[in-house]
Design a protein around this ligand. Structure first.
Ligand code: SAH
Length: 244
């Protein structure tokens, strides 16, 4: 097991145990990737930097959100795939209660395996589509923080994610650099869903990680019962396409 090739700046706030768990997590990703396709990335450096390091870049913002609302410790990661950014965040901030959702059974299976191997407590997986889960009372508007990376364009993503976030909660969405068009539609969609996009700033550069804009926003009021629409519609007919 080789050390993580992640900059010290990103690891500085992590305990030794968390760093060891991240290393084990990296090795599990690479090991399982030999059997089925979890990620296109194949080297330790790539998984360290492009997946785990990229996820750790959300920590400063999460810490600010937690300072403002210390009791808001429930985080949901939608479309978590191999567990990103949700599992990396949980390892780095073990006090959070983290729920990981994905529509693909084998990915949920892998994430559950990681949770069991690392003995992570307060970590839950749900297999299903956000369009269905967002309508279930056990999950609707239950989370103080929502994350999602590389799942869908903003208008679609917000319709899938905002129903899960409680009023007063926050969403953090890592995105590529050029998102002007998506952002305009995303702002309109957020308003229709009871939320507001506050910011879309570039994160500080980090060796090996892609240029990332972090779209942040808040949920202001309850989402209408109309949303999310049924499976597939948020993607086929995204909200916010037309100017009001
Ligand atoms: N967040 C991970 C994975 C991105 S791939 C990462 O950054 O590496 C996108 C994932 O979103 C896939 O695993 C897919 O199964 C899941 N997904 C896509 N649409 C979804 C939906 N409507 N509900 C739940 N999961 C969804």
């Amino acid at each position: 097991m080789t050390n993580l090739t992640i900059g010290d700046d990103l690891l500085a706030s992590l305990s030794i145990e968390s760093r060891e768990q991240l290393r084990t997590y990296r090795d599990l990703i690479l090991h399982w990737n030999q059997r089925f396709n979890l990620t296109a990335l194949e080297s330790e450096e790539a998984v360290d930097q492009r997946l785990i390091g990229d996820a750790l870049r959300l920590l400063p913002t999460i810490d600010v959100v937690l300072t403002r609302r210390p009791d808001g410790r429930r985080l949901v990661d939608l479309g978590t795939g191999a567990g990103l950014p949700g599992v990396a965040i949980k390892i780095a901030r073990p006090d959070l209660d983290v729920t990981l959702i994905d529509a693909t059974q084998k990915k949920v299976h892998f994430v559950q395996h990681v949770i069991d191997e690392l003995g992570l407590t307060g970590t839950h997986t749900i297999h299903g589509r956000a369009e269905d889960i967002g309508r279930m009372m056990d999950y609707r508007q239950q989370y103080a923080i929502g994350t999602a990376r590389a799942v869908a364009a903003l208008p679609t993503l917000l319709e899938l994610l905002l129903p899960l976030i409680e009023p007063g909660g926050t969403f953090l969405l890592p995105k590529g650099e050029a998102i002007a068009e998506e952002l305009a539609a995303g702002r309109r969609a957020a308003g229709m869903l009871g939320g507001r996009i506050l910011d879309a700033t570039l994160l500080p550069e980090c060796a090996g990680a892609p240029v990332t804009r972090l779209v942040t926003g808040v949920k202001l009021r309850s989402t209408s019962d109309r949303y999310p629409r049924r499976a597939g519609i948020p993607n086929r007919e995204p909200l916010g396409r037309d100017s009001p």
